[in-house]
Ligand binder design. Sequence first.
Ligand SMILES: NC(=O)c1ccc[n+]([C@@H]2O[C@H](COP(=O)([O-])OP(=O)(O)OC[C@H]3O[C@@H](n4cnc5c(N)ncnc54)[C@H](OP(=O)(O)O)[C@@H]3O)[C@@H](O)[C@H]2O)c1
Length: 243
Amino acid sequence: MQSIKGKVAIITGASKGIGLATARKLAKEGINLFLISRSEEHLERIAKEISKMEVKAFYSKCDITKPAEVEKAFKSFKANFDCLDILINNAGRGIFNYIQNGSVKEWEEMIDLNFTGLVHLTHLATKIMIPQNRGHIINVSSVAGRVGIPGWSVYCATKWAVVGFSESIRKELLKYNIRVTVIEPGVVHTEWGENMPHEWITQRAQMKALMPEDVAEAIYYALTQPENVSVNEILIRPTEQER
Ligand SMILES: NC(=O)c1ccc[n+]([C@@H]2O[C@H](COP(=O)([O-])OP(=O)(O)OC[C@H]3O[C@@H](n4cnc5c(N)ncnc54)[C@H](OP(=O)(O)O)[C@@H]3O)[C@@H](O)[C@H]2O)c1
């Protein structure tokens, strides 16, 4: 395990769930953070909490589906930090619907956030990481990026896209000493998931699911490997989750 104390990381979707748990874990380990999500109130409170751990913490209110807001967030990042070691593309939404019932609006919301926004953030991060000749990009996909699930077809498609994108950029970026890792959690106890049928909600609530902290530990594991070790993929399920 290699110390990453003092490094600088951007985390998207840092206001709650997996992003928040990862922010807390990394801050505890001495990593300076730039937090992104739409809810300024939450980010302000979390940045305050994290600053007490003797690391720098800044934030930007940003809707990742809006390219102009992403560009603005990066400008703000660059005003506060002069390097970028780690990008954690974690923000994501899942809206349940069978294909015959869905709408263009909900498909666009998932595609623009889970995929296009992640690509945009990665693009901007590489402009900093390539000249540095170092960096680590962590993309949070899902078990849904490995299997198809009825009712989650468009969500699954966005997460499969993240896997394909990550593997391609891993090959593009390795010559710049930039590592790429995909994290693929199964069910995690968070507020994730919209429009879910009652039986899904009950099933998830009854499951001894992963906690956001379990996923944060998997991310930390990938980040702390020696420089010659590139953890490409971590698929992590609750023990009792079959599919
Ligand atoms: N929970 C699970 O079972 C599970 C399983 C596998 C994979 N995942 C993936 O893990 C990631 C994190 O999910 P989670 O479970 O932690 O969900 P969560 O608790 O709902 O958190 C989602 C995060 O994304 C942010 N977000 C949502 N829309 C955004 C937007 N348009 N622009 C910027 N930020 C936005 C939210 O912040 P604001 O609302 O403040 O914007 C929040 O911080 C997602 O990519 C999800 O697909 C989750």
